[in-house]
Design a protein around this ligand. Structure first.
Ligand SMILES: [Zn+2]
Length: 330
């Protein structure tokens, strides 16, 4: 009977006391991180306007990031690419919210929230439930575990340039070179420079073709520049393109007008501004390379670097020039 008592005591020690000691030990080690959490308070709860459901939901910043990661990058990508994407997305959102708060700007589209789930406005986001349903039974748990790991292993890390959070823009696929910020948005940003980006050809969106009829070509151009002149033979209307350092169309003369490559991209819904125009008898063909604006981190390029053995920190420092990856501070 006495032996049974000792055994019960021993069992209690194993089941309750040891885990208690271990947990205490761990939480003590984590103290500096706890302090960081208080410092970066604003990163911890975020109000998200879920456009698809027309409601504002308050959630933990890292939980929100998991939804961004699941929506913005294929979960099949290398874990280091997923981590690089996580830190870029965290920095992008943090930078955006902070700038809006500092400038006292209320964004009407956000219905009072900090950020929204409209990918054309902020960043794409998907709930865990919807992401797992999309991946299917066989991959769902494995992929969500990777998402969890990418976000948890990079908790509180952001990218800074001269001690300020950067505008960590990213895109799907470059043309083999990324773009200088000023050639897409007009303003030159020191860490958003054109660099070589290898492995882009593994992206399913590396090349694409858009075909429009001659009539459609004419009418879309007329709509964007009312009053512009186009000759009868379109072949005589399309001039040589001036290129950006990244290889996209900087400007191109069409008819009596000069268009920016980014403008043509928008008018004809091209995957990128890296295109050439082929005017045929009855149609116009756009041969397009890359997918997205081409500035900052390329997701397919990041995945390629990860597969070559680069870490997420190395990937980030490759795509964003002269930056540091640091724990967030307010
Ligand atoms: Zn938004």
């Amino acid at each position: 009977m006495k032996q049974l008592g000792y055994a019960a005591l021993l069992l209690m020690f194993i089941i309750i006391i040891i885990p208690f000691i271990l947990v205490r030990g761990c939480s003590q080690e984590e103290m500096p991180i706890q302090e960081e959490k208080e410092v970066g308070e604003k990163l911890y709860t975020i109000r998200v306007y879920i456009k698809e459901e027309d409601k504002v939901v308050e959630m933990n910043f890292n939980e929100y990031l998991k939804g961004v990661l699941a929506a913005e990058m294929p979960a099949a990508f290398h874990i280091e690419a997923l981590k690089a994407q996580t830190v870029a997305a965290r920095t992008y959102v943090y930078h955006r919210i902070r700038n809006n708060q500092r400038a006292g700007i209320e964004i009407p589209e956000h219905k009072g929230a900090d950020i929204c789930t409209d990918h054309t406005h902020c960043k794409a986001w998907v709930s865990k439930k919807d992401a797992m349903a999309k991946w299917g039974m066989l991959s769902a748990q494995k992929y969500w575990d990777k998402i969890d790991r990418a976000v948890d292993d990079t908790a509180n890390l952001i990218i800074t340039y001269e001690d300020e959070p950067i505008d960590a823009v990213f895109h799907s696929t470059s043309s083999g070179k990324t773009e200088n910020s000023e050639e897409v948005w007009g303003n030159s940003i020191p860490y958003l420079r054109s660099i070589l980006s290898e492995g882009e050809e593994y992206s399913p969106k590396y090349t694409s073709t858009v075909e429009v009829s001659i009539d459609d070509f004419r009418s879309r151009l007329y709509n964007s520049r009312p009053g512009m002149q186009l000759k009868e033979d379109i072949r005589e209307c399309v001039g040589e393109a001036e290129k950006t350092e990244g290889g996209s169309v900087k400007t191109i003369a069409i008819g009596d007008q000069s268009f920016k490559g980014t403008e043509i991209r928008k008018i004809f819904h091209l995957n990128s501004a890296n295109f050439s125009i082929d005017v045929q008898d009855d149609k116009v063909l756009f041969y397009v390379t890359g997918y997205g604006h081409g500035v900052g981190l390329s997701q397919y390029g990041a995945n390629y670097l990860a597969e070559q053995g680069k870490t997420y920190q190395e990937i980030l420092k490759y795509y964003y020039k002269d930056v540091r990856v640091v724990l967030v501070e307010e």
